[in-house]
Design a protein around this ligand. Structure first.
Ligand code: BV8
Ligand code: ZN
Length: 235
């Protein structure tokens, strides 16, 4: 821990990748933990364009359930520690797989939301796109063309915005230190950023409650709760 603290303190360029585990202590269910099921459906099944075109009601019920749950969640110590790190570091990029917006709420500015944001909706037909924190109807319709709205998130089988992925790859390739926090390291392409960072010479650190496929690859694997470890790690 001491070594990692010194490395974080002395690093010029820091890149951090977060996953659902960083929001767990805010009461947000993770994807693959025991709380990862919703009405016996797995998130991978519901966060999918084919499920949406077949059963838009079910997918919107899932997202409206998550939005109402998230509306009561606040950033936790892990989010605040990462915001403090950004203020302290000379250059830091926070890439998150989470769609909950809690990093922004905690005061992080240089954030890339790789998988979009659950508080934004977009039209399935026209270019309508807007932030909407209201309680949405079962099948929200586009105010400009009347067609069905969808959450502005990246579903499984959908490509990330090319610009977004390029910025994440660049940040990982040029980082002095690359940290993953609270991610099971399963979802691609986010999961391969740690290996890419390592191959380009970054010191790699994993902070996670459980071991992941990346645990054997990183230089330091710190097992435990993100909030507890980050509180100690960040000056
Ligand atoms: C794409 C938005 C290509 C929606 C999400 C290569 C190999 C294998 C598969 C693929 C591949 N390339 C593509 C795929 C398919 C797929 C994929 O990766 N599937 C997985 C399941 C194998 N990837 C895609 O489809 C991606 N698209 O690659 O496109 C393409 C190319 C050409 C043409 C078309 C397509 C798109 C992936 C994005 C999917 N969208 N979310 C929504 O949120 O509703 S992903 C979803 O999973 C969330 O964003 C979530 O954040 C993310 C990752 O999960 P984690 O964050 O890691 O969460 P998880 O629950 O798994 O783990 C939490 C961890 O926290 C645990 O390890 C736990 O121990 C730990 N923890 C818990 N509490 C704490 C804690 N740690 C610390 N402290 C605590 N307190
Ligand atoms: Zn429209």
């Amino acid at each position: 821990m001491q070594t990692v603290m010194a490395l974080v303190d002395g690093a010029e360029r820091i890149a951090v990748l977060t996953g659902a585990g960083v929001s767990a202590e805010s009461g947000v269910p993770t994807f693959r933990g025991e709380d990862g099921l919703w009405k016996n459906h797995r998130a991978e099944e519901l966060a999918h364009p084919e499920t949406f075109s077949r059963e838009p009601h079910l997918v919107w019920e899932f997202y409206n359930w998550r939005r109402s749950l998230l509306s009561k969640c606040k950033p936790n110590r892990a989010h605040h520690a990462l915001a403090a790190l950004e203020a302290h570091a000379s250059s830091m990029l926070l890439m998150t797989q989470n769609v909950d917006g809690l990093h922004h709420m905690a005061g992080s500015h240089n954030v890339i939301e790789m998988h979009g944001n659950i508080w934004r909706v977009k039209c399935t037909r026209c270019t309508y796109l807007a932030e909407d924190y209201s309680e949405l109807p079962e099948l929200p319709k586009c105010p400009s063309c009347g067609d069905l709205l969808r959450p502005d998130v990246v579903w499984f089988g959908e490509q990330l915005e090319p610009g977004t992925l390029h910025s994440c790859v660049e940040a990982a390739a040029h980082a002095d230190i690359f940290m993953t926090v609270g991610t099971s390291g399963i979802v691609q392409p986010a999961a391969s950023l740690a290996d890419l960072a390592k191959r380009h010479g970054a010191v790699t650190v994993e902070i996670n409650l459980d071991p992941t496929p990346n645990s054997g690859l990183v230089d330091f694997s710190l097992q435990g709760k993100a909030a507890d470890i980050l509180d100690k790690l960040i000056p």
